[in-house]
Ligand binder design. Sequence first.
Ligand code: E4P
Length: 214
Amino acid sequence: MELFLDTASLTEIRTMWDIGILDGVTTNPSLVAKEGRKFEEIIREICALGVPSVSAEVVATDTDGMLAEGRRLRQIHPSVYVKCPMTPAGLKATKILAREGTRVNMTLVFSANQALLAAKVGAAYVSPFIGRLDDQGQEGMDLVREIVTIYRNYKFPTKILVASIRHPVHVLEAAELGADIATMPFAVMEKLPNHPLTDLGLARFLKDWEKVPK
Ligand code: E4P
């Protein structure tokens, strides 16, 4: 499974990129707004690090506007995936952009039927927002399970990008279900390598090592 950071912070991205566990980055207008910097500049800098998949979202709500923004965004760098919202206008834009060779990440997906449509119009990624479903009292991971089944039934090549992840158990469950990608905040990714028994074990090894004659 590929691991993506859900952030527009270059500092966070560089940290995980340097460790070598980062496969991609997803951004959205809210994350970009937190940085107080120009959108395209941020996307360009993330791509320049060598990150192979960088999702950049359109903000137009009509198909023509999405097409104009999507075509502009894809010119920034070959690693850019254009994020279009799951609306009728977004589906139409995705179909056109996909035919032109642009890889589209269909975002704000909350139902399996929406995911079915995303695959049918040729989206490269579908992004079910599981944390936001959990927040509503609905089991977000059930949606991932449904999408995995549907995509396997019809051999759709669209990758399932589990989004709106809130904690490491979400990552684990997404992996168990066979999702292609999990995108998560920095605070979640930095927890993945940690285990108290690892720390304890290392401390014990180092203490014992002191007894070895040098
Ligand atoms: C995914 O591409 C979205 O940017 C993201 O996962 C949304 O997560 P949130 O529900 O924590 O805002």
